[in-house]
Write a protein that binds this ligand. Structure first.
Ligand SMILES: [Zn+2]
Length: 336
């Protein structure tokens, strides 16, 4: 029987007797029978195929706040699907059980099925995340088209390393919002994520923003990698200058995982990151993975009124009125 997970890859080009994958910026060049860096795409008879189509490792309904997306449809629930593997090599991966695994045989879920499930479980949209969703490009496009037709939203939680061609396809198919992980400066990212050019991630963030995609940024603060003031300041400044001072920035704590054993990020480092973000002029900086902390909340950047009171992933109270602060009427960029 034909393997349902195997499908011809959408973005590829022939280079002599080899084939180049154009899904992500690694742009792997594959000889016959070889797999790319991420191991999810293989050259079979001179043609690139994906091994991940509809190959689902995990499926669950969870709050959009979990992505994290705090300024997009707050209080709604997204049916969230993950697959296998990654195109980055970060040694601290918090989802390493699926991201460091070559493609296994998950549960086959068609685009039609996942959209039906989303509607039947009272979710308002889809989220492809957990491992790197770019590797599931072909399936994402089918899911997004159908979901949008049925009035659902579509989100990606990504390292942002897709080619611009892949990003344009996702936008065309119905991508609404993205959370992009920005891990640090050029040298740190190149070294720890194994040869990654972080400029490509910034380019994609700028491009998504230009195309009207809702964008939030996450930085996992890792001791010894990016926890110093200079690294965090560098990220905060670039968010402000290249993506705008209203772009939400989530500063989250790391826990020892996979091959990285530094102690967990102290709360004081996260709070210092928050102060750096505010000092650099970002309007919305949040702490993540610190349950019950006041900096999980949204405050008005003009008058400091509490606008969205959160506890973990729960919206306790949303006081916005027509996307404005009820006290000073400042417009708050939250997609409702
Ligand atoms: Zn206000």
């Amino acid at each position: 029987m034909k393997d349902p997970f195997v499908k011809i890859a959408l973005l590829q080009e022939k280079v002599g007797d080899k084939v180049r994958c154009l899904t992500c910026e690694r742009r792997c060049l594959l000889t016959e029978g070889a797999s790319g860096w991420c191991r999810t795409r293989t050259n079979i008879d001179g043609q690139l195929v994906t091994l991940l189509y509809g190959n689902v490792s995990s499926l669950s309904a969870n709050p959009i706040e979990k992505k994290p997306l705090y300024h997009f449809q707050p209080g709604t629930v997204a049916l969230t699907a993950g697959s296998w593997s990654c195109n980055f090599g970060c040694p601290w991966c918090q989802n390493w059980d699926i991201s460091k695994s070559p493609p296994r045989k998950g549960r086959y879920v068609s685009a039609e099925e996942i959209v039906t499930m989303t509607l039947n479980t009272d979710c308002q949209g889809t989220s492809i995340s957990l491992n790197e969703p770019t590797l599931s490009l072909e399936w994402s496009l089918d899911v997004f088209r159908l979901a949008r037709e049925r009035g659902l939203y579509n989100t990606y939680v990504t390292n942002g390393y897709m080619t611009q061609q892949a990003l344009d396809l996702l936008i065309g198919a119905g991508l609404d919002a993205m959370n992009v992980d920005l891990k640090g400066g050029a040298d740190a990212v190149k070294k720890h994520c194994q040869g990654v050019d972080v400029e490509k991630v910034w380019r994609n963030c700028r491009h998504a923003k230009d195309k009207g995609i809702h964008l939030e940024i996450t930085t996992l603060v890792i001791p010894g990698v990016n926890h110093d003031d200079e690294s965090l300041q560098g990220i905060a400044r670039r968010i402000r200058d290249e993506l705008g001072d209203e772009t939400p920035w989530h500063i989250t704590g790391y826990c020892p995982a996979y091959r990285f054993h530094a102690p967990p990020t102290p709360l004081s480092a996260l709070e210092r990151g928050w102060r750096i973000g505010k000092r650099e002029g970002l309007d919305f900086v949040y702490l993540g993975n610190v349950l019950g902390h006041r900096l999980e909340n949204t405050y008005c950047p003009h008058c400091a009124e509490l606008l969205i009171d959160r506890y973990g992933l729960t919206v306790v109270k949303n006081s916005l009125q027509d996307s404005r602060c009820p006290v000073c009427r400042r417009a708050i960029p939250i997609v409702a």
